[in-house]
Design a protein around this ligand. Structure first.
Ligand SMILES: [Zn+2]
Length: 536
């Protein structure tokens, strides 16, 4: 196994010491992934990277390299070694001569071309914003603060973005969910109980089984959320843009890229219960891909009385009837009526079509979304604006000094002394800004997308009526728009009342988080939509 040394540097006394730890942590993860054994760590705190002089850490590292103490030097980025191209090239030459290889987390293995480019980049200080932001967020995680969305059971701390406190009332519910599951109750039963007791759900109108057990691969259910076990996992998913729809969707990163940090003050569930539940969980679930001939709404239908799923009760000829699973299997739900699946499908498709066909209704949804988003953001705008102003001020000061240097009013030495702290300040503020949520984007409808969905729905309508096969595009269209269809109890002879929850984000221009999807209105079979309800 190759022996590695880590070198980290802080370029200015404007920053706290944390960034060295962030760098070391990143380098350690990187070294572990590359199968390197870390044998030494060197750092230079609060020194400018402009010159090698006075940098004890780098000199000690060079000594150790000459003594053959390690084979690979790991740095976060090459400009950590030096921002001076000659320095960097000098260090590179000497280390290469000794047979020590430089590997940078953000640059890969160093070679001469890269040292040249990176040194130049360092000189101009063009920062790779994405990496710096990631490092800033990794720092947030390392502090036990929360870099992702807020989980049920926690509240943000006003004025301290990223920090969370436990909400005891919700924590009680979390403990109960874990205890019930550990005792053998199914997520559906647990959701049903919570709904029956009118416990407010994290989102939507009902507790759903999926909120509780989620999807195993995405590990996005409450039962799998490591935060309840006093751990924060970061970098689990990344957002990518679907080239077809322009919609932002999340992808699961390989587990080796996940970052985890202990946050014992956020623990809600006892360690052994969490372990027991998750040990069991892995065996209990399996990811079933959608079957080729599956009905368009399969997996999306829910009972409006108990929150359980609906499943097929019987088939008579071509007529398939569905029923609340709890009513069917346990007789523990009063929604005992069987519903004809074709009717439900046709109602949903008609309803979606009439909704997409009515520009006023769509505009109203977009308005609701924008209003709601504004409310959510209220309060955070101030801290963002402040950070933005400080960043602008730092940028102006930086440009001012730079201009003075260019005009020759101040010497290069003076500029070399004054510019690095300002660069660090700019970088720090940029990182800070990156963890304050973005201001709400005012979304607008994308007519072309609406038209595409309408076409798909027409095809769907025809297919539903003729019992024909559905194209993949049509299936995707429905599943893009609809997240659940709730069937409310009605007596025989009455038309069933359906509630369709869906994602407005499929129809608007910019990537919206699914968390903020506008929930759909109620539809009554063959009577069209009732006025939509707004909410999250
Ligand atoms: Zn039911």
């Amino acid at each position: 196994m190759k022996r590695a040394a880590i070198y980290a540097r802080y370029s200015s006394d404007l920053q706290t010491d944390r960034s060295i730890e962030d760098q070391v942590s990143l380098c350690s993860d990187f070294a572990a992934k590359q199968g390197l054994a870390i044998v030494a760590e060197f750092d230079d705190r609060a020194r400018s990277g402009a010159s090698i002089m006075g940098r004890d850490g780098v000199l000690a590292m060079m000594d150790a390299a000459r003594d053959g103490k390690f084979d690979v030097l790991v740095v976060e980025a090459l400009d950590r070694l030096s921002r001076d191209q000659e320095d960097l090239a000098g260090i590179y030459k000497r280390l290469t001569h000794i047979g020590v290889e430089i590997r940078a987390v953000h640059d890969g293995k160093a070679d001469i071309v890269q040292v040249g480019i990176r040194g130049l980049v360092g000189a101009l200080y063009l920062q790779d914003l994405a990496h710096k932001v990631r490092r800033g967020m990794a720092g947030v995680v390392r502090d036990g603060r929360n870099a992702g969305g807020k989980a049920y059971g926690y509240a943000p701390v006003p004025g301290k973005p990223g920090e969370l406190v436990i909400v005891e009332e919700e924590a009680e519910v979390v403990r109960r969910i874990f205890a019930d599951y550990a005792a053998g109750k199914s997520p559906r039963e647990i959701a049903g109980d919570l709904n029956a007791e009118n416990v407010a759900p994290p989102r939507g109108a009902f507790w759903q089984a999926s909120t509780i057990n989620g999807n195993r691969k995405r590990a996005n259910g409450m039962l799998q959320n490591p935060i309840y076990d006093g751990r924060i996992v970061w970098n689990r998913v990344r957002m990518v843009k679907d080239p077809d729809t322009g919609k932002r969707i999340s992808r699961v990163n390989p587990q080796s890229e996940w970052q985890e940090e202990d946050a014992p003050h956020l623990r809600i569930v006892l360690a052994d219960i969490f372990a027991q539940v998750n040990g069991r969980k892995v065996r209990a679930t399996s990811d079933k891909p959608m079957k080729k001939n599956a009905r368009i709404l399969s997996g999306l239908l829910k009972c409006g009385a108990c929150g359980a799923g609906m499943s097929i009760k019987d088939k008579m000829g071509r007529v398939t009837r569905i029923m609340c699973t709890k009513a069917k299997e346990a007789r523990s739900c009063h929604n005992t009526r069987p519903y004809v699946l074709d009717d439900i499908e046709a109602t949903v498709v008609d309803g979606l079509r009439s909704r997409l066909d009515d520009p006023k209704l769509l505009e109203f949804y977009v308005e609701c979304y924008n209003d709601e988003h504004k409310k959510l953001y209220a309060g955070q705008g101030v801290s963002r604006e402040k950070a933005r102003q400080r960043l602008a001020a730092a940028e102006r000061e930086y440009q001012r000094i730079l201009q003075l240097a260019i005009k020759g009013v101040i010497s290069e030495e003076e500029a070399a002394e004054q510019l690095p702290p300002l660069r660090e300040e700019k970088k720090r503020l940029t990182d800070e800004l990156a963890v304050i949520p973005e201001p709400p984007k005012v979304v607008t409808l994308k007519p072309a997308l609406v038209a595409r969905y309408l076409r798909s729905l027409e095809e769907l309508d025809a297919a539903v009526k003729s019992g024909g096969m559905l194209s993949l595009d049509v299936r995707r269209c429905v599943r893009d728009l609809v997240t659940s269809v709730t069937v409310f109890p009605s007596s025989a002879g009455e038309r069933p009342v359906l509630k369709v929850d869906g994602y407005l984000s499929s129809l608007v221009d910019e990537g919206l988080s699914h968390r903020f999807a506008v929930r759909g209105g109620t539809m009554v079979a063959e009577e069209g939509f009732e006025p939509p309800t707004q909410g999250l």
